[in-house]
Design a protein around this ligand. Sequence first.
Ligand code: COA
Ligand code: AMP
Length: 243
Amino acid sequence: MGNSPYYSVRMRASLGGRHVSGQERIVKKEELERTILELHRRPKGEWDLQNIKIERLKTPPVVVKKSLPIRDYRFSCARLAQSFAVGLLERVGVNRERLRELVLQLLKGFKNGENLPGAIFVDIETGKVLDDTGTRTVLFDWVDRQRIREKLLQKGYTERTLDALALATKNFFCGVEAEFCISDDPDYTTGYVAVSGIYHRLSPLKEKGRPFGGRLYFVKEKKLKEIKNCLRTVPVLIDELNL
Ligand code: COA
Ligand code: AMP
């Protein structure tokens, strides 16, 4: 990896104060200009404010050798997928009824009918919400993003999987025991459950046209502070897919 310092490049675009696009990279100095342009061009729709932050990392990124392995599941309807997802999460300890409630709440807009800007922490033992301020996992990327992107696309996955798989892999590295994710994009119905070190990709996890989604991070309460700190401050690069 050499001695050259790494930079975090983070882009966020909004329209009328509403978030429309966010993406980030961890790159070396020589890749900065190309990366800034790529992120600038990233939002598909309209925006009136775009913020691109470039920060030299104080510590070199931790390299995680392999991503979580992917398993794919297709269902005839979202309800079946949700029930399967609840079953996967139930195995690690949370009560089925409580899991159902949490999933339904996400599908209605978790807090006052709105999406949160980040994840909700849930106690893996009791199902109690520990923190619903909306924490975002940041500072993650692939060692060679382009190569991994091509591999995933070749296998029929989307660019979204590239980002979501990297995010879920960082979460696992930081000690998140299980994750449930539904996109808030009304046109994107695939979601996932990451549990026991496996990324279960479920289609469709919600009905088309629904504008609500979110992420639930199941953690041990006593590790909450340490996990949040890792998610926000430890840079992680993932080297290889685990297909
Ligand atoms: N929805 C709503 N608001 C969001 C948001 C989202 N998805 N992402 C960021 N924001 C808001 C934050 O709430 C924050 O608002 P505040 O200033 O009122 O607190 C603001 O944007 C800045 O967020 P922050 O994380 O502090 O800024 P950043 O510039 O360091 O990083 C991102 C911005 C979007 C790059 C980063 O938050 C992120 O999410 N990175 C991961 C992106 C990614 O790959 N996601 C793939 C998911 S599959
Ligand atoms: P998306 O997969 O981008 O459609 O995001 C789905 C939901 O996940 C959003 O509504 C947020 O609540 C949450 N989210 C988005 N980005 C992050 C992140 N970086 N870390 C944690 N949660 C996020």
